[in-house]
Design a protein around this ligand. Structure first.
Ligand code: HEC
Length: 233
């Protein structure tokens, strides 16, 4: 009987101490946390150097040392690059306000050359044609007249003739990267280099060269923007 009372007293004492220890935590005196990264996980980018977030970044993390500190492995040999030309692609898939979109669109009109190597232009345009016929012709038509099969079927309308639009290789690229009114973005379907190839093809096949001859004033005026004229994306 006496032994049991002793045990109970011990337990109360231990609980009391624990309660005091915990209640003494404050901002100035934060509690000690064992294995903090279990409770507050640290997010690493797979290929950046992982640092120990709890030691003022001095410690290397042993598990990743053999991989130059990165938590993810590099691509294996034979991996096919999604962007072999290394073309900068900052605009794709970013949320933009209408002002940002319109500003980017205006700037893109000033771009009259693609970043692709001009030495490969004939090949690039050839590939652009193939991709255009696969991706764009359903609406825009193989002749760029806005009379693709979807439009002819009556299921979809408002697709312009390229001849009526004042476009440059840069603005075509911008529109197919970011969309425009009822035309969506094709950034998810065409790789960065291929978006420029399609743009080159559009300019070459339908605008008489990669640099646009500005559309005649009347044509621009006669082709108001879509009913939902606000280019919100
Ligand atoms: C689902 C139908 C559809 C498809 C597919 C489509 N477009 Fe369009 N496109 C439109 C419509 C509708 C517009 C008119 C948008 C506007 O200006 O209001 C348009 C407009 C354009 C313009 C003119 C934009 C400007 O600055 O005036 C270009 C250039 C263009 N598309 C290129 C392409 C290319 C290149 C592809 C293929 C990657 C493509 N489109 C695929 C429907 C489509």
């Amino acid at each position: 009987m006496l032994k049991m009372t002793k045990n109970i007293l011990k337990i109360i004492a231990i609980l009391g101490c624990a309660a005091m220890t915990l209640s003494s935590c404050s901002k100035e005196n934060p509690p000690l946390v064992y294995f903090p990264d279990m409770y507050f996980p640290v997010a690493y980018d797979p290929l950046m150097k992982a640092e120990d977030a709890y030691s003022k970044h001095e410690n290397e993390i042993p598990a990743f040392v053999k991989n130059n500190g990165a938590t993810g492995l590099g691509p294996i040999d034979g991996t096919v690059s999604q962007n072999p030309e290394g073309i900068a692609d900052p605009a794709a898939n970013t949320k933009m306000t209408p002002d940002q979109y319109n500003g980017g669109y205006d700037e893109s009109k000033l771009i009259t050359a693609s970043p692709l190597d001009p030495a490969n232009q004939a090949k690039d345009i050839e590939r652009g044609k193939k991709l255009y016929n696969q991706t764009c012709a359903a609406c825009h038509g193989v002749n760029g007249d806005g009379q693709g099969p979807i439009v002819e079927s009556g299921a979809y309308s408002g697709v312009p003739k390229y001849a009526d639009r004042e476009i440059t290789v840069g603005s075509v690229h911008y529109v197919l990267t970011n969309g425009r009114n009822s035309m969506g973005s094709y950034a998810g379907q065409l790789k960065p280099g291929d978006r420029w190839r399609v743009s080159l093809y559009v300019m070459n096949a339908f605008k008489g060269g990669t640099v646009a001859a500005a559309a005649p004033e009347t044509a621009v005026a006669a082709t108001p923007a879509e009913p939902a004229a606000d280019a919100t994306k």
